[in-house]
Design a protein around this ligand. Structure first.
Ligand code: ADP
Ligand code: MG
Length: 630
């Protein structure tokens, strides 16, 4: 057995430094967090050569007293935490008191700092953690810290550094997140002498996002909000049309701290499943405010991950905030299109991006109350979530006959609030949420259905444009939305000869446990031996040949546990809507085509439930360009 020694202090510091100070970006993160904790209103970050040779962070915060400067560089020296009790409710970004010590141990540091309202400041120099100079200094109020030659005394670590370019973009992304986390602080980021970012620090989330991520990104955002007793979610999500090929623009902040969380990524994406095809990802800038006691920030060396006491609570907060935002945006677009009598035309029904006036309604400063209505998580649950099949956490199995499978709340409050606001016009739109073959009143705008191509695409002329509509996708979307609506009334058709489905015992009993859900959809099933069911009644839109496959899809969903209830219902609705929709490749009569077209052009269907576009517009100008007339 080898003998055990206690490590020398500087070796212990180097090991600790390895945890906190991985690369220039982590140094920048720690220094900026210190500036934020110091109450700074203006923070400047400057780097050279990816931060390897030079990092400077300047702030106008509280400064450090001359008698404390040396202490600040000792391990576990902090002004932010006193006893272990404080660890349970951490309100500052820093708390471990090890960042300055760790950074100092692997670099050369120059610090200039002056406390607010104090005459003289102090300068302190350190090399590899040892103080080489301390003297009084004239300097502005606040703190200016320069870190040079990072890892100069740890060649092993130096070898792991990537190119200056890679390090520099890691720093840029760190500064971006820090700046987004605090719209009330003005950030400037200077890279090799050039200003890259400059935020106004005017407390507006929209202007902060605009200055960091640009006009195009901002224009594709919609406002999102949800609240709960212990949780508030505010910010923006991208409209479905502004989705990206990856997750790199999903920004989450928990109590002001930029964090990465699979739970939150999943919650956001789950809200978009009906509006995005697979492989496309929503973006967001969402701020989660949660009681300090409900989150543990002390679980990761660089504090970029947190642990929630209740994952489900934050999942729901983000999920319903995003869901509400999408819903609001779609209704705004829908209403705009209903109000549009034709002259200007709709740009494209697959286009979800909103105008900047809605974006400008950021940060509580709502420009127009009718555009955005926020709902509490509970209100959402009542509206969307009450049709949950079976009990959560028990393998998603049915609950039997307590009525929980049916929408308890027959009002869709959000739409209703909108109805009161808009009167008759919106009432028409609400009525249109019934299935396609019900009565349809002629809309206020004109179009002409030219016909149908390939038995699949409706060709329509309308105000100087030609539209191509995927009839199956459009009908599927409309039917899907109708099914999700709590007012949905099925149109069942009684079968003279019942369809016998032999799905095995497990499926048969699952179907029985969920008869109320099935009835809501328009199915009625009876027992037919141990392992089969007799289907006596089916939704009028579904072909007899589709009954077996659709019930088997429903069973497959009912067998899954774990997913949130609304999402599980959506899968079921999607399966039913797909089978109920008119089929591509089968010809339709003119009346059907016209009804469907009216509903699509009124803005009811932008994407199919799988996120594919439903309609495509060819403007006159596009034709002229194609035929070289212009
Ligand atoms: P922590 O942030 O966890 O307290 P640090 O090692 O990062 O630990 O900083 C040590 C202490 O130095 C802080 O608690 C704070 O009192 C002081 N300090 C560091 N940076 C600044 C700054 N920019 N302005 C004012 N005080 C600072
Ligand atoms: Mg710190």
């Amino acid at each position: 057995m080898k003998k055990i020694f206690e490590l020398e202090q500087h070796v212990a510091d180097l090991i600790a430094a390895g945890e906190v100070v991985e690369r220039p970006a982590s140094v920048v993160k720690e220094l900026v967090e210190n500036s934020i904790d110091a109450g700074a209103g203006v923070i400047t970050v400057e780097i050279q050569a990816g931060g390897m040779t030079y990092i400077r962070v300047t702030d106008d915060g509280c400064g450090i007293a001359p008698e404390d400067v040396k202490t600040a560089f000792l391990r576990h020296a902090t002004s932010k935490l006193r006893g272990a009790d404080g660890l349970e409710a951490i309100g500052t970004l820093g708390f471990r008191g090890e960042a300055l010590a760790a950074i100092a141990s692997v670099s050369r540091i120059e610090l200039l700092t002056r406390e607010q309202g104090v005459k003289e400041g102090v300068s302190l120099s350190l090399e590899a953690g040892s103080v080489t100079d301390q003297s009084p200094a004239g300097c502005p109020e606040g703190t200016n810290i320069i870190v040079r030659d990072l890892f100069f005394n740890t060649p092993a670590r130096l070898k792991f550094m990537k190119s200056d370019r890679a390090e520099s973009s890691a720093v840029a992304s760190t500064v971006l997140r820090c700046a987004l986390s605090r719209p009330d602080v003005s950030f400037r980021f200077i890279r090799d002498g050039k200003t890259e970012y400059h935020t106004p620090g005017d407390s507006r989330v929209d202007s902060c996002i605009y200055s960091l991520l640009g006009r195009e990104f901002s224009a594709g955002l919609i406002q999102a909000e949800s609240s709960d007793e212990a949780l508030l979610v505010t910010g923006f999500v991208s409209s479905p049309a502004a989705a990206r090929g990856n997750r790199s623009y999903q920004f989450f902040f928990v109590n002001g701290r930029p964090i990465q969380s699979r739970t939150l990524n999943a919650a956001l994406e789950q809200a978009f499943v009906n509006n995005l095809p697979s492989g496309r990802y929503p973006s967001c800038v969402l701020y989660v405010t949660i009681n300090f006691g409900m989150v543990d920030v002390n679980v990761h060396p660089s504090k970029t991950e947190v642990k929630f006491i209740s994952d489900k609570q934050v999942f729901d907060g983000v999920y319903y905030a995003a869901l509400g935002a999408i819903d609001n945006a779609q209704r705004t677009m829908h209403n705009a299109q209903l109000g549009d009598s034709g002259a200007t035309g709709i740009r494209s029904s697959a286009q979800g991006a909103l105008n900047n006036s809605q974006f400008g309604a950021a940060n509580g400063a709502k420009s127009d109350g009718s555009v955005f209505k926020s709902m509490s998580v509970d209100e959402y649950r009542n509206s969307y979530g009450s049709v949950a099949p079976g009990a959560q956490g028990s393998g998603g199995r049915g609950q039997g006959s307590d009525g929980a499978l049916l929408p308890r709340n027959t009002e869709f409050r959000m739409r209703n609030a909108q109805l009161e606001h808009e009167g008759d016009e919106a009432e028409t739109s609400n009525a249109q949420l019934s299935p396609l073959n019900s009565q349809f009143s002629t809309p206020s705008f004109e179009f002409r259905v030219i016909g149908e191509a390939l038995n699949t695409y409706i060709i329509v002329e309308r105000s100087g444009s030609v539209w191509f509509i995927d009839k199956h996708a459009a009908h599927e979307r409309i039917h899907f939305d109708a099914l999700r609506h709590s007012d949905f009334e099925p149109m069942p058709q009684v079968l003279i000869t019942p369809v016998i489905c032999k799905h095995g015992q497990e499926d048969a009993s699952l179907l029985f446990e969920n008869t109320q859900l099935l009835e809501r959809l328009g199915f009625s099933v009876e027992s037919f031996g141990d392992d089969a069911v007799a289907v006596r009644q089916i939704p009028a839109e579904i072909d007899i040949s589709d009954v077996e496959p659709v019930l088997s899809d429903i069973c497959a969903q009912l067998k899954l546990g774990g997913t949130p209830a609304p999402a599980q219902c959506d899968e079921i609705y999607r399966a039913v809507a797909c089978k109920a929709a008119i089929k591509a490749g089968k010809s339709s009569n003119m009346r059907e085509l016209e009804t469907l077209t009216a509903r699509v052009l009124s803005g009811e269907a932008a994407q199919c439930p799988h996120g594919r576009p439903v309609a495509y517009e060819m403007s006159k100008a596009m034709f002229e360009r194609t035929f070289k007339r212009s």
